[in-house]
Design a protein around this ligand. Structure first.
Ligand code: NAD
Length: 270
């Protein structure tokens, strides 16, 4: 159902790899709500992902960009403004990658070259994206920028490994850049801290299935799905949230406020 919450708005969506990707759902819902968008992902993801399918379905131009490459990002914003016919109203950063996680390196035995790459792809790229947008004056007044995060930025989840540091960095960049973007361009910047979700990036984390089930029991509303995350993103891109900025917003069915859940230890609900 569409309420046309994003009617006439132009957006850039990073990170749609396949139909499980959170960004995939966000792209679909944004278009359903009246937005025109471009899609982007790392050049390598063009080969093994399904982004072309999504581009055709949503009539969205696909512009490859490695989020750690400033020339790619400049081209992305310039080409998006041309394709969409004006400045950009919203951006979704939905990017995460860690070689140490992929290769199962233990947190106490990390490859630090890979760790630096993780920080660049999963954290600093958020700064790169916003710096590019600001330099090119590509964001519309009152625009909205979002990145997806995870609660391991605040609490210890041992198997999340170095991605915990990447998410802390990401959220901090959201706050710091949010100040500058707010003052200069009236643009809001927030991060959404999402429940564990079955996607390529999510299920790459060791013990994901057990952890997913634990979080589901811990949360009074259960885990938030990718679909509901997309709904939340739409609201954050809409004019209904004009005064929300520099926040890390939990979208987790209540998980972040829980101490103990009877469901987890096999007791009846209170
Ligand atoms: N799945 C979860 O459990 C969960 C929970 C909380 C937050 N998140 C976050 O949501 C975001 C999206 O992840 P997802 O779960 O949809 O998985 P996903 O694997 O579908 O998406 C990750 C995306 O990052 C892209 N990417 C990797 N390196 C890149 C680069 N150099 N340049 C540009 N793009 C690059 C990948 O191609 C992929 O499209 C990530 O930031 C992730 O950390 C996921």
């Amino acid at each position: 159902m569409s309420n046309n919450l994003l009617k006439g708005k132009r957006g850039i969506i990073f990170g749609a790899l396949d139909e499980q990707s959170i960004a995939w759902k966000v792209a679909e819902k944004c278009v359903e709500q009246g937005a025109a968008i471009t899609l982007t992902n790392a050049p390598v993801a063009m080969r093994f992902g399904k982004i072309n399918e999504l581009g055709e379905k949503l009539n969205a131009k696909i512009i490859p960009a490695d989020a750690t490459n400033m020339e790619d990002l400049e081209n992305l914003f310039t080409t998006s403004m041309e394709a969409l016919g004006g400045k950009i109203d919203f951006v979704l950063h939905s990017i995460g990658m860690s070689m140490n996680v992929r290769k199962n390196r233990h947190y106490t035995d990390l490859n630090h070259e890979w760790m630096l790459k993780t920080m660049d792809i999963s954290g600093i790229s958020f700064h790169r994206v916003m710096q590019t947008a600001m330099k090119l004056d590509a964001m519309q007044e009152g625009g909205s920028v979002l990145a997806l995060s995870y609660i391991a930025a605040q609490r210890v989840f041992p198997d999340y490994n170095e991605m915990a540091e990447a998410k802390s960095l990401l959220e901090s960049i959201g706050r710091s850049f949010g100040y500058h973007f707010g003052v200069k361009k009236n643009v809001r910047v927030n991060t959404i801290s999402q429940s564990p979700t079955y996607t390529t990036a999510g299920s790459g984390v060791k013990g994901f299935k057990e952890f997913f089930e634990y979080a589901d029991k811990m949360s009074p509303l259960g885990n938030a799905s990718a679909d509901s995350c997309a709904d939340y993103c739409v609201v954050m891109f809409s004019d209904l949230t004009r005064m929300v900025t520099m926040q890390n917003l939990f979208h987790d069915g209540g998980f972040s406020s829980m101490g103990m859940s009877p469901a987890v230890i096999g007791l009846d609900e209170a």
